[in-house]
Design a protein around this ligand. Structure first.
Ligand SMILES: [Fe+2]
Ligand SMILES: [Fe+2]
Length: 164
C-alpha cells in the first residue's frame, strides 16, 4: 500500500505543477515500498537522491511559474522552498547514516508531512491567484528552467495532459 495517496486536497489547479507534485509523491512512495520490501540500501539511497534532485527541479519550475504569474507571495514562497530543501538534505543524511528500519520508517513519515504541509499549506495559497490570471499564456511559452536528469524512476500515478 502506498504511503501517500493522491487526493483532490493536493490539487493546485495547474497540471504542470500537479504533475510535479505527483512525481514527488511517487518518489516518496517508491522509497517507502523499497523499505517495506527490503530493497538494498544503495538502491534506496539512489531513490532518495532522485527525490532531492526532483525537488530542486520542481522548486525551479514552481518559482518560475509564480514569478511569471506575478504572485505577490513569491519571495516568501521561495524562502520556504529553500528551507524545505535544507530539511530534505538533513533527512537524506539521517537516512544514509541509519542502519535501522525503525529510523528509516520514521524518516518516511517526516517526508510525508514535509510534502503535505507545503502543498496543502503554502502551494494552495497561490491557487486562487492563478485563477485570476491567464495561465494558458504562461504555459504556451513555457520552457523548463532546469532540465530533468536522464534517469528518473517510472511514474506510477497517472500524469495528466492539458492545461488544467
Ligand atoms: Fe511550493
Ligand atoms: Fe509545489
Amino acid at each position: 500500500m502506498p504511503l501517500i495517496a493522491w487526493t483532490s486536497q493536493l490539487n493546485v489547479g495547474v497540471k504542470l505543477l500537479n504533475n510535479d507534485h505527483k512525481q514527488l509523491v511517487n518518489l516518496i512512495n517508491s522509497l517507502h515500498d523499497g523499505l517495506v520490501t527490503g530493497q538494498a540500501k544503495p538502491e534506496l539511497e539512489s531513490v532518495f537522491e532522485s527525490l532531492v534532485s526532483f525537488t530542486r527541479i520542481h522548486h525551479a519550475n514552481e518559482e518560475k511559474f509564480l514569478a511569471e504569474a506575478g504572485y505577490h507571495g513569491f519571495q516568501a514562497h521561495k524562502r520556504e522552498h529553500d528551507q524545505m530543501l535544507d530539511q530534505l538534505l538533513e533527512l537524506q543524511i539521517r537516512f544514509i547514516q541509519s542502519a535501522q528500519l525503525g529510523v528509516e520508517m520514521e524518516i518516511m513519515q517526516r517526508l510525508r508531512v514535509w510534502l503535505f504541509k507545503h502543498i496543502q499549506g503554502s502551494d494552495q495559497k497561490f491557487a486562487p491567484h492563478l485563477k485570476t490570471i491567464n495561465v494558458e499564456a504562461i504555459l504556451a511559452g513555457w520552457k523548463a528552467p532546469v532540465e530533468s536528469p536522464p534517469k528518473l524512476p517510472v511514474v506510477e500515478t497517472r500524469i495528466e495532459q492539458g492545461v488544467w
